[in-house]
Unconditional design. Structure first.
Length: 240
């Protein structure tokens, strides 16, 4: 299930958006669920898998479900689909020039993953790019404001782009409960105030959503149906 809720606020993202963050922040889960959210809102959505660092848990793992919902998925050429090589499909540069709907770029973790954006510098000329940093305060590198700001600086330097907003993705995977959601929200609110970056939305896993008091939040909520799970677990379904 993917929907945006919370104080009657809706996610309104469109144009070109790169999803970045430190390794393990949950960028790919956010990218996949955000793509479905915006598609359900009536936009034409394209999602490019630019994670050339992590061989596991990439957008391509959810390709079938996404394409069945009408989301265009751009992957590296077939012969390099399971490789960790800096290979960019020429289609990616072309899709960045499309101004309709939403083009999402699922970028690899840390500054190493963000370097792929610098390689697309020519395609980004005269194009407004929303570069959104996913923050999971439950991860060691991003437990402090200082840590998150350091990650931001490193990613911006590698990507040669400026981060424009934050996404709060507080979770401990299967051990997540309401306390993590509430504490995580307070953390990203403080990070937003200190960094000057707007908090675009936070995430809540579908299985704990019924226990969450949505009136606590002053930003939209993206419900997450987990797709990147171990082989012995079933991925979540995207429900209306």
């Amino acid at each position: 299930m993917v929907r945006s809720i919370g104080c009657n606020l809706e996610i309104s993202l469109s144009g070109i958006a790169g999803i970045v963050g430190n390794y393990g922040s949950g960028k790919t889960e956010v990218s996949i669920n955000l793509a479905v959210n915006r598609k359900r809102a009536g936009l034409d959505v394209r999602l490019a898998d630019l994670d050339l660092v992590n061989p596991y848990f990439r957008t391509r793992e959810a390709r079938t479900q996404l394409e069945e919902l009408g989301v265009e998925v751009i992957l590296p050429p077939p012969q390099f689909l399971h490789a960790d090589l800096p290979i960019l499909s020429p289609v990616v540069a072309g899709m960045i020039k499309k101004t309709d709907g939403l083009t999402l770029l699922d970028v690899g973790g840390d500054d190493a993953g963000a370097m792929v954006l610098a390689a697309l510098a020519d395609a980004f000329k005269d194009v407004q790019v929303h570069l959104l940093q996913v923050v999971n305060p439950m991860r060691p590198q991003s437990r402090t404001i200082e840590g998150c700001l350091k990650i931001r600086e490193e990613i911006e330097k590698a990507a040669q782009l400026t981060i424009t907003g934050l996404i709060g993705n507080a979770n401990l995977i299967n051990e997540t409960d309401t306390a993590e959601i509430y504490n995580g929200y307070e953390f990203v609110q403080k990070l937003s105030a200190q960094s000057g970056l707007p908090l675009e939305f936070i995430t809540v896993a579908s299985e704990i959503l019924p226990r969450v008091e949505l009136n606590r939040f002053s930003c939209p909520v993206l419900t997450i149906a987990r797709q990147l799970v171990p082989p012995w677990l079933k991925a979540g379904d995207f429900e209306n």
